[in-house]
Ligand binder design. Structure first.
Ligand code: BGC
Length: 740
């Protein structure tokens, strides 16, 4: 690329680079040899708008492989798989002349009601961050840039362009920024997309703290920050905060505002230069569009099928109902079997190259099948007649498989409840009353409530939204061609009311208060002992695994290596997820009962065993210390736990960490208890307080623990003013100096 020289360009030219050229591309600048960069959604497939199509017409896009959306990939717990999908999406992006794919979305599933949960991986930042980072690595290996989104705290659709997510700093760092931090530092995405919402009153697109101090200065991000589409209210403020590119464009009014602000001395031209340089660098970096290369459509469909099968979570499997025995007489019921719901609505909608329906796929496997739709999802038909037809179809078969789900999960709106439609539940119950065995397959963009019918059926499979090959993948798992290996990346509560965000989601009067703090999802359920229907991390298998011989080696700098011996003790090949949690009450903050700190997925043949080794970085033990403004490892005891889920620990070992020295420096306003605890100041203060006291008085003071407890929380500055305290502010200042 020719050197990009901002000095050779006018202010107007530089400003013009900072808003889009049209809906999906940036503004070229021929004089500086900066070409237009093409950005499209993503991320589970390319949504390349057809030439001339209206920009909001989500359907008018070129055919592309619709891979499983993030809700499914999150449940795979398989970073390698996420990377392979990223790579395939990258290949298709290149073939469509796309430079930047707008994804992955690594926002946290704070509430199960969020309408875009199907685009996000998990309620846990490690799962979200590890899978997001892997996707970015795969995508960018093809020369195509990623845009990790929506930065940050974009956890609902209600009032999404204005709502202020009011989040305390520790919660932001530990939960809502953590996945972004991992993706940015580990996978180096070329771009980051700022969120629509505000954070603590400041629009994310105008937050210097977020876009410059945290993203660039702390995490070392060197790429470009792009707005979400239409997400810039004040471009000058956004630019000053660190947002480089406003999309879509062009936006002559905002370009002129930038020029004016510089001329009037309100905006440093160096910031305009830096952002223009980043746009030019992106144009220089992005892959040369390779419109010639054909997409390997069949190969990508096969990958979509393989991936989808590994995302399915077998929630329940009583009486060995699954896998289906060969030649078993089946009733397949439910509109979703014939007309699958394989992705959500909104900007990520992909025009799939083909779609596999479960019904056809099951038939293709040679099972004798009677089919009944059971219900409709468009309000047509007579529910009772449809239900009766389904019940008749279930007569005389050995197993009924009922495909139910939701059609409405979409960007732009949140769900109002977690229930399946009543007519679908009625069909499930009617069929379960007749068929000797009933399996329910769910197609939903997020978790739904299973109460009211869970106990009536023998097996339940969470099929999420599985992408275009989901139908074949479901048949693979139902028949046992593939062993189910998905794990819940989001807890399934008994009731919506049990979810920790219940009382505050989606907020009121423009604010949503993240009152549950770090206790999101399983962190809350486990900490307060609230029963759930199925916990985070849960997922059954057709084979059995055993985890033994846990050992943990700790280093002097508070990192550790976890080793376990895992065996496939069953009769089928299968994949297993090793989940490592850390539990501690060390430190001066409320810790969740346990937190996922490492995981991996392994594949084992029947009878095969293997040692799995997982590193735990310091961060695995740290909390964000808001007073010190840094991550802190508290000295103390930590329990390393291997979980079958967040609720079921199968092995554990305690370790002790030296941790960080007291993070906060003493001040005159520190509590007396902190002064006493300080290794230097403590003894000096004790001495000063006891100056002139008799031995007897000293003994009494030391023995009076109630008194000590009472005074412990008094700020030192105020303590001095109690009658009889023989220490002055000058004395304290002198002691403080001795601690320096
Ligand atoms: C969505 C983004 C998307 C963009 C472009 C916005 O409405 O929030 O996720 O990438 O549109 O379609």
């Amino acid at each position: 690329m020719q050197q990009f020289d901002t000095a050779a360009l006018s202010l107007e030219e530089k400003a013009s680079l900072l808003s889009g050229g049209d809906f999906w591309s940036t503004q070229p600048l021929d004089r500086a040899a900066v070409r237009a960069v093409v950005l499209t959604d993503g991320p589970h497939g390319i949504r390349r708008q057809k030439a001339g199509a209206d920009h909001l017409g989500f359907h008018a896009s070129e055919p592309a492989t619709c891979f499983p959306p993030a809700v499914a990939v999150g449940s795979s717990w398989d970073a390698e798989l996420a990377a392979r999908i990223g790579e395939a999406v990258g290949r298709e992006a290149r073939a469509h002349g796309v430079d930047v794919v707008l994804g992955p979305g690594v926002n946290i599933k704070r509430s199960p009601l969020c309408g875009r949960n199907f685009e996000y991986y998990s309620e846990d930042p490690l799962v979200s961050g590890a899978l997001g980072a892997a996707f970015v690595r795969g995508l960018q290996s093809q020369g195509v840039a990623a845009s990790v989104k929506h930065f940050a705290a974009n956890n609902q659709e209600t009032d999404r362009m204005r709502i202020s997510a009011d989040v305390d700093e520790r919660t932001l760092r530990e939960i809502y920024l953590a996945a972004f931090e991992r993706v940015v530092t580990e996978a180096r995405p070329a771009t980051v997309m700022a969120a629509y919402n505000r954070i603590n009153g400041v629009p994310a697109a105008e937050s210097r703290r977020l876009l410059t101090e945290v993203l660039r200065e702390e995490w070392g991000f060197e790429g470009l920050v792009v707005s979400d589409w239409g997400g810039v209210g004040d471009r000058v403020a956004a630019l000053a905060a660190g947002l480089d590119l406003q999309m879509p464009g062009p936006d002559a009014v905002h370009d002129a505002a930038v020029v004016r602000a510089v001329r009037e001395g309100c905006l440093d031209e160096a910031l305009v230069d830096a952002s223009a340089r980043r746009v030019a660098a992106l144009a220089g970096r992005a892959a040369t569009p390779d419109a010639e290369s054909a997409v390997p459509v069949a190969e990508h469909h096969a990958l979509a099928r393989e991936a989808a099968a590994d995302c399915v979570v077998l929630l329940k499997n009583d009486k060995y109902t699954l896998p289906l025995a060969e030649g078993v007489r089946l009733a397949v019921i439910g509109e979703f079997a014939a007309r699958p719901q394989f992705q959500g609505g909104g900007s990520s909608l992909v025009a799939a190259t083909r779609v596999d329906a479960p019904l056809e796929a099951i038939r293709a496997l040679g099972h004798p099948v009677t089919y009944a739709p059971g219900f409709t999802t468009d309000g047509t038909g007579d529910p009772e007649a449809l239900r009766e037809e389904a019940a008749r179809a279930a007569c005389g078969v050995e197993v009924a498989v009922v495909f139910v789900g939701l059609r409405g999960d979409t960007e732009g709106s949140d769900r109002e409840h977690l229930d399946l439609p009543a007519d679908q539940v009625a069909v499930v119950r009617a069929v379960a009353a007749i068929a000797p065995r009933t399996v329910v397959v769910l197609s939903t963009g997020g978790v739904v409530c299973l109460e009211g019918w869970h106990d009536d059926v023998d097996a339940i499979m969470a099929g999420w939204l599985l992408g275009q090959a989901g139908g074949a993948a479901l048949a693979d798992v139902l028949t046992g061609a593939v062993n189910p290996s998905g794990r819940l990346a989001e807890s399934i509560p008994l009731r919506l009311e049990d979810n920790p965000s219940y009382l505050t989601f989606p907020g009121e009067a423009g604010h949503v208060r993240y009152g549950e703090g770090v206790m999101v999802g399983y962190r809350h359920y486990e900490t307060v002992g609230r029963a759930v229907r199925y916990p985070f991390g849960h997922g059954l298998s057709y084979t059995t695994f055993e985890t033994e011989e846990l050992t943990v080696d700790v280093t002097d700098d508070d990192t550790a290596t976890v080793r376990v011996w895992v065996s496939n003790t069953g009769e089928r090949a299968g994949k297993h997820v090793v989940q490592v949690y850390v539990a501690t009450s060390a430190g001066r903050v409320r810790r969740p009962m346990r937190e996922l700190r490492a995981f991996t997925k392994i594949s084992l043949a029947p009878g095969e065993s293997r040692t799995v080794e997982l590193p735990l970085e310091r961060r695995a033990f740290a909390y964000y210390d808001v007073e010190a403004g840094r991550w802190t490892v508290a000295p103390g005891e930590y329990t390393i736990q291997i979980g079958e889920s967040a609720a079921r620990v199968v092995a554990e070992q305690k370790i002790t960490l030296a941790g960080d020295a007291a993070a906060t420096a003493l001040t005159l306003d520190s509590a007396i208890g902190d002064w006493f605890a300080h290794p230097v100041a403590g003894p000096l203060l004790q001495e000063a307080l006891m100056a002139g006291a008799t031995e007897e008085q000293r003994r009494q003071a030391e023995a009076d623990s109630d008194l000590m407890e009472m005074v412990a929380s008094i700020p030192a500055r105020q303590y001095l003013h109690f009658p009889g305290v023989p220490v002055t502010t000058d004395d304290l200042t002198e002691i403080l100096e001795a601690t320096q």
